[in-house]
Write a protein that binds this ligand. Structure first.
Ligand code: AHG
Ligand code: MN
Ligand code: MN
Length: 337
């Protein structure tokens, strides 16, 4: 299963049998995501040359001006996933409603829905800070042979069959799980191949990094305020270090490697926080739990939440198991306030 320098393609084939719905479908799905990742990576790397609000001065094959990156990333993922005969529906942060996919008019025989955040942390593009793409995969729950319905997308995170992210950072990595652990692949841009660089990634049970936008401190619930002060106290291995990049994928990735907790809580400005359950919190929660970490809304596991709307937001506490449990203790203790 592990063995560094293995390519992503070799890894998928070797582990295909472990994917309970194998018959090659996982390969097609991850290969489609791999291709889209390379295309978006190419565009993100040009971002320095792109006036994000305007055009790059380049034109595409239809003579159209190049688009804003998160719209472009959205288009690339929709195109790439639609062209594969495996997806019956898509949902994106950039699309108001879900998209029914009936590629090659196959009478809706495809089995999987993919929900994604095509470009996470897009506010960081114009300051050259790493950004990412997040994806979440389910099997449809409505009968094969009919168009997908909203309930195919409103499934609890516990039912994901695969999830992952691409981080367009100092190097480009694809990190994903199919429920058998978390593996990280680094792109060799010279040859366009992803190599297994981080086999069997594990969230350290403890950590000394806390990631939260303290600019919102006065708007936080009392339990969050008390936890932040706990992180800052001189006691034992504290004070912790504060690190906040502003891209969920980047903060999550660093914390998974070094240990840490990421918190985007509700506040008096955002009743349910900012992050979206279906294509940000659930996939990251699946990865966190598969790596031995934890993900909750401060009280209950993220992946047990029954979704009610495609773009619904939830408070998000995610990372090293013992740190999330400690934060939950503060949320419980001060939940009356
Ligand atoms: P997106 O760019 O997809 O909207 O996501 C941005 C999210 C997430 O990546 C990050 O953790 C968070 O917004 C940062 O929000 P604040 O700037 O409010 O701290
Ligand atoms: Mn996002
Ligand atoms: Mn986004």
């Amino acid at each position: 299963m592990s063995g560094k320098n293995k390519t992503l393609g070799e890894f998928i084939i070797e582990n295909q049998a472990a994917f309970k719905y194998s018959s090659g479908e996982l390969s097609k799905l991850i290969n489609a995501i791999r291709l889209a990742a390379k295309v978006v990576n190419h565009e993100v790397n040009k971002a320095g040359l792109v006036d994000i609000l305007g055009t790059s001065g380049d034109t595409n094959v239809q003579g159209e001006d190049q688009q804003k990156l998160d719209v472009l990333a959205n288009e690339k993922f929709i195109q790439t996933l639609t062209n594969r005969e495996i997806v019956c529906g898509l949902a994106s942060e950039e699309e108001d409603s879900f998209i029914s996919v009936n590629s090659l008019d196959k009478n809706h025989q495809n089995k999987y829905v993919v929900l994604f955040d095509p470009l996470d942390g897009s506010s960081n593009i114009d300051v050259n800070v790493s950004v990412g793409t997040i994806f979440s995969v389910y099997r449809r729950v409505t009968p094969i042979g009919s168009p997908v319905e909203l309930r195919d997308f409103l499934q609890p995170g516990r039912r994901q069959v695969a999830a992952g992210y691409i981080i367009y950072g100092t190097s480009t990595m694809l990190v994903y799980t199919t429920g058998h652990g978390v593996n990280g692949f680094t792109l060799n841009p010279a040859i366009g191949t992803f190599y297994l660089s981080h086999p069997n990634m594990k969230y350290p049970e403890d950590g000394r990094i806390y990631s939260i936008n303290e600019g919102n401190y006065t708007h936080f619930p009392e339990g969050v305020k008390k936890y932040i002060k706990y992180c800052q106290e001189e006691e034992g291995d504290r004070p912790y270090t504060s690190r906040y990049i502003g891209s969920l994928v980047s903060d999550f990735h660093r914390n998974m490697i070094k240990g840490g907790i990421f918190i985007y809580p509700k506040s008096s400005k955002a009743a349910n926080g900012k992050l979206r359950l279906l294509y940000e919190c659930n996939p990251m929660a699946f990865l966190a739990e598969q790596a031995g970490g934890k993900a909750s809304d401060g009280f209950n596991s993220i992946m047990d939440i029954e979704p009610e709307a495609l773009h619904q937001r939830v408070p998000f506490f995610c990372g090293s198991k013992n740190m999330v449990s400690k934060a939950e203790e503060f949320m419980q203790a001060y939940s009356k306030n």
